[in-house]
Write a protein that binds this ligand. Structure first.
Ligand SMILES: C[S@@+](CC[C@H](N)C(=O)[O-])C[C@H]1O[C@@H](n2cnc3c(N)ncnc32)[C@H](O)[C@@H]1O
Length: 224
């Protein structure tokens, strides 16, 4: 599968998460591409005994933090290399589990319903929303939270985009698809798929940085 090869290639180029953050914590939640920046796990509904699903968990740093909050923490990723790193570092945590699947396949096959589903620059960005959103809704409990982050769109470039994963020297980059929309388009799309209380905003990059910020989107399944 092309995507598996691409994401395994990405995995090899990606440094592992630091041993501790600026506050000295060994696990933490980070929605943005910047260290020690932005909101944390409070965006989700994580409490002891809840079930939380990470779509495109990568090396598992955010999911590990969710597990330390007492939730059943379920990570799904297509990349064996990403999951190997995740299992090696976090596999001993109570309540954590990893599955090597495409997000859509996992959502379709699992019988479980979740209190929260999240994705940090993860599978929600890399899966066609009109297919993925109904599948997520179906697996969320009433009132359950869906939240995800990704880069904001480049102005004028909306819908399916090519995303390039670099390879060394004389090899072409590998290409995966991602879906980019403006915040208000995400809100409309989520409401059209039956979610409620949808909100989307761009978190600015840290002061002094010239880089783009982070799009953070949150909504809920209806309660009734
Ligand atoms: C940019 S990385 C982000 C990883 C992690 N969420 C983080 O914040 O470090 C994107 C991850 O999504 C995974 N991914 C991409 N498409 C996927 C899909 N359709 N189903 C499951 N995982 C996917 C990739 O393998 C990769 O680990």
């Amino acid at each position: 599968m092309t995507d598996v090869k691409a994401w395994d290639t990405y995995s090899r180029s990606k440094e592992p998460r630091r041993e501790a953050n600026a506050a000295g914590e060994r696990t933490w939640f980070n929605w943005t591409q910047f260290p020690d920046h932005g909101p944390g796990a409070e965006v989700l509904t994580v409490a002891p005994g809840t079930a939380v699903l990470d779509l495109g968990c990568g090396k598992g740093g955010n999911l590990a933090h969710v597990a330390t909050l007492g939730a059943r923490a379920v990570g799904v990723d297509v990349s064996p290399a990403q999951l190997q790193a995740a299992r090696e570092r976090w596999g001993d945590l109570e309540g954590i589990e990893f599955h090597q699947r495409a997000a859509l396949d996992f959502l379709t096959d699992t019988g479980e319903r979740f209190d929260a589903v999240f994705s940090v620059f993860g599978a929600v960005w890399f899966t066609e929303p009109s297919t993925l959103l109904p599948a997520v809704r179906d697996r969320l409990k009433p009132g359950g939270v869906l939240a995800f982050s990704q880069r904001p769109p480049v102005e004028g470039c909306y819908g399916a985009q090519a995303s390039y994963i670099n390879r060394p020297q004389d090899e072409d980059p590998l290409v995966v698809k991602r879906w980019d929309y403006e915040p208000e388009v995400w809100v409309d799309m989520l409401h059209a798929h039956g979610f409620v209380r949808a909100e989307a905003r761009v978190i600015d990059a840290p002061e002094g940085s010239n880089r783009t910020g982070t799009l953070l989107v949150r909504c809920q399944n209806p309660t009734g």
